[in-house]
Write a protein that binds this ligand. Structure first.
Ligand code: FES
Length: 101
């Protein structure tokens, strides 16, 4: 009989050193959102929180550092077991845009 509870996520990524469960096929952005993390960087000018916005790789709001590589889009990066994520885009400013107000 089907249940309403999803099975536990078998993979683990880290976000600022904290373990986050991840499901096969999930993106980093989806795993963070499922874990209740809604923002992972702030805008340069006004310090406003940014996380997922478009969710399809267009807006660049979701930039963070993944496995030591700065300016990675969380909405496109696969949440593979052992992936290490750090808040902030990882560099001063944005490389390719974003809604940086
Ligand atoms: S949420 Fe827009 S590029 Fe990732």
């Amino acid at each position: 009989m089907p249940t309403a509870e999803p099975e536990p996520a078998p993979n683990t990524i880290t976000f600022d050193g904290e373990p986050i469960p991840a499901r096969p096929g999930q993106t980093v952005g989806a795993a963070l959102t499922e874990a209740g993390i809604r923002s992972w960087r702030e805008t340069r000018k006004n310090g406003r929180p940014r996380g997922l916005f478009c969710g399809i790789g267009v807006c660049y709001d979701c930039l963070l550092t993944i496995n030591g590589q700065s300016n990675q889009r969380a909405c496109l990066a696969p949440a593979e077991d052992g992936t290490s994520c750090e808040s902030g885009s990882g560099e001063e400013g944005l490389r390719d845009g974003g809604t940086d107000e």
